[in-house]
Design a protein. Structure first.
Length: 147
């Protein structure tokens, strides 16, 4: 139970002190995602230069899970290549799909392993994944690909 309490504190800290919140004016791609089941919203601006994520800013509203999750996402991905970001995003997606059977890899996910407990609650998984799915769409958009 002590670890769960620590994880809750990490999530609340990112919610109260979000990283990279506030949309940049220049960007390679911008996406807006809404979780239709609860109304959480994220707008994400992504800047890619030479296959490197140089800026990832966001704004949104919603529960502590969605807001803290995109805060951690932005902190994790800035300075990474798109290939490195893909590994991180896939690792987080796997964690969210685990239904509580995985604790995640802290070497890859750092603070985002705090969401391991959220994976037990399907209705909350969508909240945790909101910013991550927005990033995936922005990355595709920034490369001029279509889904």
């Amino acid at each position: 139970m002590e670890l769960d309490s620590l994880y809750q504190e990490v999530i609340l800290d990112h919610y109260k002190h979000p990283q990279h919140k506030g949309l940049s004016t220049g960007f390679t791609a911008q996406v807006h995602h809404v979780n239709t089941s609860c109304g959480d919203e994220i707008t994400l601006n992504l800047t890619i230069e030479n296959n490197m994520i140089t800026s990832l800013t966001w704004d949104g509203q919603g529960c502590s899970i969605s807001q803290a999750s995109v805060s951690m996402l932005s902190d994790l991905l800035i300075g990474k290549t798109l290939d490195e970001a893909d590994v991180i995003v896939n690792s987080f997606s796997d964690l969210m799909a685990s239904k509580g059977t995985s604790s995640g890899d802290p070497e890859i996910l750092e603070d985002a392993v705090a969401f391991a407990g959220v994976s037990k609650f399907p209705s909350r998984v969508k909240c945790a994944l909101l910013g991550w799915m927005a990033f995936k769409d922005a990355a595709i958009q920034s490369q001029g690909e279509s889904k």
